[in-house]
Design a protein around this ligand. Structure first.
Ligand SMILES: [Zn+2]
Length: 195
């Protein structure tokens, strides 16, 4: 999970977030399912995806898979779930570019210990270490216990060591080892693992 700097909020979201939030709170109380609102015949997720994609250089905000468009459908993850935090459903700082695997892993769950990739004091190496033999991410054993717990909670919620991810990280590590050390990491998946 790489640190990201938030780009400027798209105007469409800034201008209408309050109205849409009110609408979603009402729809939710009527038992209606979530749908992105439509503006000028375009769903809002399609309007804001380009900015979110640029913010991570086309990498998933959580697993850092790249390019998301070739792994899965490009989705937008609500860090604070829209079901239990409806008032944050259209908050720019709550929206993250994500692959469908990470989104399906976390679902509508939430834990205040989960690390947020755009938090000002977030840094990959503060919380995590890479095990290059297994391909797994582990909490940084030199970090304070509280930080280690946050790393562990993040790994569990986004299932960052599940299924194919450790194998994929090791595969990319091999590809990376055959390339120039100056190679731009934005062209790779799992950048923190390869750095
Ligand atoms: Zn992902």
């Amino acid at each position: 999970m790489r640190k990201q700097e938030r780009l400027d909020e798209p105007a469409a979201l800034r201008n209408e977030a309050a109205t849409w939030t009110e609408g979603w709170i009402r729809q939710q109380s009527e038992g209606k399912a979530w749908r992105w609102p439509v503006r000028d015949k375009q769903p809002l997720n399609q309007i804001i995806l380009p900015t979110l994609r640029k913010q991570t250089a086309s990498h998933c905000s959580f697993c850092d898979g790249f390019p998301v468009a070739s792994l899965s459908i490009e989705t937008i993850e609500h860090f604070y779930p829209k079901s239990s935090f409806p008032e944050r459903a259209f908050e720019w700082s709550n929206l993250f570019y994500s692959c469908t695997r990470c989104q399906a892993a976390k679902k509508e769950r939430f834990d205040s210990n989960i690390l947020k990739p755009d938090e000002s004091d977030y840094d990959f190496s503060r919380y995590f270490i890479c095990d290059y033999t297994t391909g797994r991410l582990e909490p940084n054993p030199s970090a304070p216990l509280e930080d280690q717990q946050r790393a562990e909670t993040t790994i569990l919620h986004y299932k960052l060591n599940d299924a194919f991810l450790p194998d994929e990280r090791r595969r990319w590590l091999q590809i990376r080892s055959r390339m120039d050390s100056n190679t731009e990491l934005d062209d790779f998946a799992y950048r923190d693992f390869l750095a």
